[in-house]
Design a protein around this ligand. Structure first.
Ligand code: HEM
Length: 331
């Protein structure tokens, strides 16, 4: 009987056109977000954002990776509420962990374009979620439907960003824990890490793997030796340079990156840049997932679903629709 009721409910939802997105624990039981949220209040919002994002990325495609990362850094600190966008002393963007976060101007341009057509309607948190999808597509990634309905927060603290964002030294247990605390599964964590198929890392983020690694090994033995030599040439010991960039995906090392499954291949070849990357292949809990995501079609499909789940983390139903994404409304 109970089974029949569930089937009946599923059928009603299916035929009523309600999107049932039961993708693991990432659902967070939160139902305030919807596909086509602005369908009546600002029907062209997604096209307006896409055009603004494309125009900005045409000036600097490297910002595409920046915007994708920015959405992650937003969602993991105070939830997806655009707290990362707030300017001012001691806000999240001033945190060391956000030092290299790039592409704020992409969001400014998208917000300005949206305010032209629908003033005061679309939150900055939603704009960031749409822009992250559009940026991924500009790098050849597959699009996904982005849900809307997030409100903008008013709290933004550098100390919270430092405490909440996973550092590159994290191993699988710590990564699992960090994502689980946001209702995201182990598989979703591995899928989302696939973002590292685009963009760059800086020497200071991985130099501890190259020199004086531990009391047994001078260099992290999980790095392919030839790759370790290459990295040492780029990042010499004792040169504390935080401006030198290394492509995270050595298989398609183009300046902005190409969004595909090659990241997982780099892990198989022991060329993952950070411990948080390489350990996904070297740990029995995540290795099979890494292998299954070598299939690009599967990766792209799962990535969109996982981004939807990440986009639901800590979403606020109460809050503002900021006029300027960089400042809290004062009225
Ligand atoms: C799993 C835990 C994660 C860790 C430990 C981590 C860590 C890092 C680090 C250290 C960098 C390089 C920063 C620098 O050198 O300046 C980076 C870059 C990046 N991360 Fe992550 N990340 C994680 C997950 C994610 C997720 C979930 C996303 C997106 C959904 C993401 C997207 C990116 C992108 C696109 C870049 C390149 C940014 C650019 O080139 O401007 N990362 N990440």
């Amino acid at each position: 009987m109970a089974q029949f009721r569930i089937l009946l409910l599923a059928a009603i939802l299916m035929f009523s056109g309600v999107v049932v997105d039961a993708y693991g624990p990432g659902d967070n039981g939160y139902v305030g977000l919807r596909d086509d949220y602005y369908g009546t209040s600002c029907k062209d919002v997604e096209t307006v954002i896409k055009k603004a994002v494309q125009a900005e990325l045409a000036k600097n495609l490297k910002h595409a990776a920046g915007v994708l990362r920015m959405h992650f850094h937003d969602c993991f600190v105070e939830g997806c509420d655009a707290s990362v966008l707030l300017d001012g002393p001691g806000t999240e963007k001033t945190a060391h962990v956000n030092e290299k976060l790039a592409g704020y101007e992409v969001i400014d341009a998208a917000k300005a374009a949206v305010e032209e057509v629908c003033p005061g309607v679309v939150s900055c948190a939603d704009i960031l979620a749409y822009a992250a999808r559009d940026s991924t597509v500009e790098l050849n990634g597959t699009a996904w439907a982005v849900q809307g309905g997030r409100k903008d927060g008013t709290v933004s603290l550098a100390s919270r960003a430092e405490a909440e964002l996973p550092p590159p030294e994290f191993e699988v247990s710590q990564l699992i824990d960090s994502f689980a605390r946001r209702g995201l599964s182990v598989r979703q964590m591995v899928v989302l890490s696939g973002s590292h198929t685009v963009g760059v890392g800086h020497c200071d983020k991985f130099v501890s793997r190259l020199y004086n690694f531990n009391s047994t090994f001078f260099t992290d033995p999980t790095i392919d030796p030839a790759y370790a030599t290459e990295l040492k040439n780029i990042c010499p010991q004792h040169t504390f340079n935080t401006t030198i960039e290394v492509f995270m995906d050595v298989i398609t090392p183009t300046s902005a990156g190409v969004f595909e499954a090659n990241y997982y291949k780099t892990l198989q070849e022991h060329k993952g840049l950070f411990t948080s990357d390489q350990s996904l292949f070297d740990d029995t809990r995540t290795k099979a997932t890494v292998t299954s995501l070598l299939n690009n079609e599967r990766f792209q499909k799962e990535f969109g679903k996982a981004m939807r789940a990440m986009g639901r983390v800590g979403v606020k139903t109460e809050g503002q629709i900021r006029t300027n994404c960089r400042a809290v409304n004062t009225y």
